[in-house]
Write a new protein. Structure first.
Length: 402
């Protein structure tokens, strides 16, 4: 099969999250792979960059494997792959990673390198190709099916371009995490049995000082792969994870700031905590082992349709009374037919302001917007919105974008 090195089509998605820099590390996060994120010597005119990878949950897959062949950085955000100024981050050979093992704050260390101090504005991430000798270097295992190759675009030979804005001071170490959203990055191609990789990755710099982390609990009845916990800003997810078998979730690393924490689960109303703070040096705790998020049971409404081009993305938004806007569902579109489908809660979302060390959350139902959603399709910066009422059957939707 062809050697694949690919270009991210949705660079604008990454740009939302690149500006912030805060703390990381500390209790609760795991490291996968050899060596961890260890120390490195630096000279007076050089700093060190350390690169690791994490993942948002994937929907409908038991494994999503990618093999990282090379990571490169450059101070020039517009430099082509043949320009000067590139610094390679040494890897211990090609790194095959199952992205679905990298949730709940787990990081996979890729490599580190000394490099001239300064601001770095571009990263290139290059995948190894699926070959006869290694046909599953990049692969996906749909739930209930066998592992199959994951096709990666081969037209670009320079690697995936990621915009970044990372200062590397002299004699200091900077950690950078590549947050790979597997759910949005794996796209089914009709009934062919083939899957495309349409990579959605954000770059998050952080300082290893104990913060940039949220830990919390959902009811144990919500533990498992049908529940998603996401941290959002103005309806844009910044970080998401699945609760573990005990209902505990970890969101890390997250740029410092204030966010809305959104919990969605099959047959449950959406739960929203507003004004959740993320600090540089402290861990934000949401509830406790005895104070857990437990949204009420509700019926759901199937919503489906088609979008053109098939490379577009589709998501469902809800505008809470008085704000904020939240994303309730987001899904890839079939790469061949442009078809999409989702199920949305009919019942009212519940909401509450965040309060540290509270003995209860104090959720109230936002009844005025029960079942009301905006389904949004987007492609290459073009956006189309359609309002729906899920309290009654929803006709097939159709979007056409340039």
């Amino acid at each position: 099969m062809k050697i694949q090195k690919f270009l991210l089509a949705a660079a604008a998605t990454c740009a939302v999250f690149l500006a912030a820099c805060g703390g990381g590390g500390g209790g609760g996060s795991g490291l996968v792979g050899g060596g961890g994120i260890g120390g490195s010597g630096v000279t007076n005119d050089k700093g060190t960059i350390r690169v690791s990878m994490t993942d948002a949950p994937a929907c409908g897959y038991d494994a999503v494997n990618v093999t990282i062949d090379k990571v490169r950085v450059n101070q020039n955000g517009d430099a082509p792959d043949t320009a000067s100024g590139w610094v390679d981050i040494p890897l211990a050979g090609p790194q095959r990673v199952d992205l679905l093992t990298l949730t709940n704050g787990v990081l996979f260390p890729l490599g580190e390198a000394p490099l001239p101090a300064g601001k770095y504005q571009q990263m290139r991430l290059i995948l190894a190709g699926n070959t006869q000798a290694n046909p599953l270097a990049n692969s996906v295992k749909p739930t209930g099916s066998s592992e199959t190759p994951l096709d990666t675009p081969s037209a670009q030979q320079s690697g995936l371009k990621l915009n970044m804005n990372v200062d590397v001071p002299a004699s200091q170490v900077v950690d950078v995490v590549l947050d790979f959203d597997a759910c949005k990055s794996v796209v089914k191609r009709g009934n062919s049995g083939h899957y495309n990789l349409k990579p959605v990755i954000t770059v998050v710099p952080f300082v290893n000082s104990g913060g940039q982390r949220i830990e919390g609990w959902v009811d144990t009845s919500l533990a498992g792969s049908t529940t998603l916990v996401s941290l959002q800003s103005q309806g844009i997810p910044v970080k998401s994870s699945l609760p573990d078998s005990l209902g505990r979730f970890v969101l890390f690393p997250v740029p410092t700031g204030n966010y809305d924490l959104v919990v969605t689960s099959v047959d449950r109303a959406t739960a929203v905590l507003t004004g959740v703070p993320v600090g540089a040096t402290t861990v934000t705790t949401v509830g406790s082992s005895s104070v857990r998020i437990n949204p009420p049971i509700t019926s759901v409404r199937p919503v489906s349709g088609t979008v053109s081009p098939a490379s577009a993305t589709v998501r469902a938004l809800q505008n809470l009374t008085g704000g904020p806007v939240i994303e309730v569902a987001s899904l890839p579109v079939d790469a061949t037919s442009g078809e999409f489908s989702m199920s949305l809660p009919v019942g009212a979302p519940i909401r509450a302001p965040f309060a540290a060390n509270a003995s209860s959350f104090g959720f109230t139902a936002d009844s005025a917007i029960a079942g009301l959603y905006t389904v949004q399709a987007s492609s290459n910066g073009n956006v189309r919105n359609t309002g729906i009422d899920a309290s009654a059957p929803v006709p097939q939707l159709s979007f056409s974008l340039p």
